[in-house]
Design a protein around this ligand. Structure first.
Ligand SMILES: Cc1ncc(COP(=O)(O)O)c(C=O)c1O
Length: 412
């Protein structure tokens, strides 16, 4: 899949073309203005840009309707205790610290890196868009290792860059082997052939739930010497000790993303971080709007980073719920993909229909058609009682789709 860019539009003071018949322009007071039917032209590459699709169920008109949301990937146990008190004391009449100093310092201390290696963001998605703005643009290519989180391609294409997908992570065998060396070699080849200036990796990967061999990226760096590798570790802190790519930031060639939306369950408050060499941080900070991390988000983030025990409990809860979910799916004759993350990808025949049937029963799962996986759904882990409800509803939802379910076992 490739997103093409168009050529940039220029023309600052272009004379207005004659108004087209029957289409008079409106002036500021709402009255028709003769001969000024010109419209501001957006940059041409936005014409074909479609926003990414996301999970996360929202009840109609924001009325709580009791739907259990398995379509977003959380930490099972919610935010650290005391979060409400931590944000209650925030003086909302004052501007936030534009440097998010305390939050950055807290994250840096936890990660064992200097504070000038951290950018704070309004969720990690803001930083995905910021790093794309900083390093991409017309004439440059971004390489996305997919199928994966949709924002990488959209944020890249929004800069006017072209986007190429390295299809290395398909669960159905269409991708290349998962052997770490073969994966790194395949990615290096794609990076070289596309002359990539940015390479997006998600570790562990959404939606497949697999870990990537992030310590073997030297070959990729050599193959694409001008590329910044961005490793999105939004879910990493909820895994059981998965190695991080963080050691690679010193090179100035690699940046890591983290999301407290996920590990501290602050999705509504929005806190994320980019960890990178100071020179990368300095550039990215130039394109992050001032005050984008609210005072409430900074307070909640600092509180969460300090609660190491809560993160440990969340990690244990994720592992227990994931084991329960995988076991329950297998007992129902399905073959969930092995996952190290807080979500599980499973083939169900027709993902959209199964998701619809489950929603009728108050259970939201993520139909994976937007990832190019229409036969799959992604299920975010929740408490074991919530999962029991889902597992109880599943056989009927599967049978009622009328589609064959491809039963597999021992899938790599
Ligand atoms: C891989 C990945 N990265 C980033 C995000 C966005 O996280 P945030 O809420 O921090 O913007 C998501 C959200 O689903 C995700 O799946």
């Amino acid at each position: 899949m490739t997103f093409d860019r168009g050529d940039p539009a220029t023309a600052l003071h272009q004379a207005a073309p004659a108004a087209s018949p029957g289409r008079a322009a409106l002036g500021p007071s709402g009255t028709a203005v003769e001969g000024s039917a010109a419209r501001p032209e957006p940059v041409p590459w936005l014409a074909s840009l479609t926003p990414a699709t996301h999970g996360a169920y929202h009840s109609p008109r924001d009325r709580p309707d009791g739907v259990l949301d398995f379509s977003a990937n959380g930490n099972v146990i919610g935010p650290p205790p005391g979060t409400a008190d931590a944000i209650a004391g925030v003086d909302v009449t004052r501007y936030p610290d534009p440097t998010a100093h305390d939050l950055r310092a807290a994250i840096a201390t936890r990660e064992g890196i200097p504070a000038d290696c951290v950018v704070a963001g309004n969720g990690s998605t803001e930083l995905i868009w910021a790093v794309a703005r900083a390093y991409l643009g017309p004439g440059r290519t971004a390489l996305v290792c997919g199928p994966t989180y949709g924002e990488y391609a959209v944020a890249s294409a929004a800069t006017g860059a072209s986007v190429q997908i390295a299809p290395l992570l398909w669960p159905d065998g269409r991708g290349e082997a998962r052997d770490p060396a073969e994966f790194a070699a395949g990615l290096a080849r794609c990076a070289h052939e596309s002359d990539a200036r940015m390479i997006w990796l998600c570790h562990p990967n959404n939606p497949t739930g697999e870990a990537l061999p992030v310590r073997r990226l030297g070959e990729v760096m050599r193959a694409a010497p001008e590329a910044l590798i961005v490793v999105d570790e939004a879910y990493l802190l909820l895994t059981d000790g998965l190695p991080s790519a963080l050691t690679g930031i010193e090179s100035g060639r690699l940046a890591v993303l983290r999301s407290m939306t996920k590990d501290a369950a602050l999705a509504g408050i929005r806190v994320g971080a980019l960890l990178a060499a100071p020179e990368v941080v300095e550039i990215v900070r130039r394109v992050v709007p001032p005050w984008s991390v609210s005072s409430v988000a900074q307070a909640a983030g600092c509180h969460a980073v300090a609660d190491v025990a809560h993160l440990r409990r969340a990690r244990a809860a994720v592992a227990a719920s994931r084991d329960h979910l995988v076991d329950g799916l297998r007992r129902r004759g399905l073959a969930p993909r092995p996952s190290v993350a807080n979500f599980v990808l499973v083939e169900v025949g027709n993902g959209r229909l199964v998701a619809e049937r489950l929603l009728e029963r108050g259970l939201a799962v993520r139909d994976c058609a937007s990832f190019g996986l229409p036969a799959h759904v992604r299920i975010g882990v929740r408490s074991i009682p919530d999962q029991e409800r889902l597992l109880a509803a599943l056989p009927d939802a599967l049978a009622r789709t009328g589609d064959p379910i491809h039963l597999r076992s021992g899938q790599a």
